[in-house]
Design a protein around this ligand. Structure first.
Ligand code: DX5
Ligand code: ZN
Length: 224
């Protein structure tokens, strides 16, 4: 089984204390940071952009997993990689040219991800599985943190993991949206290994580090 990676989503952080929260996540054992970028078109909200990625990159050594929820992301790939993105994920629904874009991302020296919304069949990624480093399966409709997890999306994780077993066994499969200690065991059982967590890390009752440890322990079948 692939190594589990816990990816706190900074969308749920306290932006008045972003630097401290990022450092806490790093010290608390996060494997990477997930950074959501929304353009007001692909999804209604407008939020994080290049300046935030650049600022986070100055604050931490953690791998930055940038999730572009933007229409026609073509012109944004280079700026995000130059601002510090280590991985860039584009949505299948946001472009007619996802095959070209994942190649463009790799040419820029970053890892390439392709994402699908809850209403998009997993088969839309079939022709891409050999060409990407990460498949992102949204487990909420994108746009907002703190929404309830959509369990039925896990069948898509299963399908992608089983197809990738032949064509790209090192593929990372990321689940994003509503992930918490209760549903993590089923995410991992379905074949996900990158677990994005916004509210269940930055909105947890205890410390950020305790939340990350709790999620990791849930992922390995321990206490939740
Ligand atoms: C939703 C974003 C998610 C979000 C997850 O559109 O892509 O990354 O931050 O937040 P939680 O874990 O709170 O659902
Ligand atoms: Zn995201």
């Amino acid at each position: 089984m692939k190594a589990i990676k816990i990816a706190p989503s900074v969308l749920a952080a306290d932006f008045a204390r972003l630097g401290d929260q990022v450092k806490e996540a790093e010290a608390g054992g996060a494997d990477m940071l997930h950074v959501d970028v929304m353009d007001g078109h692909f999804v209604p909200p407008v939020n994080l952009g290049l300046l935030i990625v650049e600022a986070i990159n100055r604050t931490t050594k953690l791998f930055l997993d940038v999730h572009l929820m933007v229409e026609r992301p073509d012109h944004l790939l280079r700026p995000f990689v130059e601002s510090g993105a280590d991985s860039v994920t584009v949505h299948y629904e946001a472009t007619d040219h996802i095959h070209r874009l994942v190649y463009d991302i790799r040419k820029l020296g970053a890892r390439a991800g392709a994402g699908i919304n809850p209403g998009t069949p997993a088969s839309m990624l079939d022709e891409l599985l050999e060409d990407i480093d990460l498949a992102l399966v949204m487990t909420v409709n994108p746009g907002w943190g703190g929404q309830p997890f959509i369990e039925s999306c896990l069948s898509k994780v299963k399908r992608i993991r089983s197809r990738a077993a032949e064509t790209n066994p090192s593929l990372d499969i990321e689940v994003d949206g509503g992930v918490n200690g209760s549903n993590i065991p089923s995410c991992v059982a379905a074949g996900a290994n990158v677990l994005v967590a916004g509210m269940s890390v930055f909105g947890a009752d205890g410390s950020i580090g305790a939340a990350i440890s709790g999620l990791r322990s849930a992922a390995s079948g321990g206490s939740r």
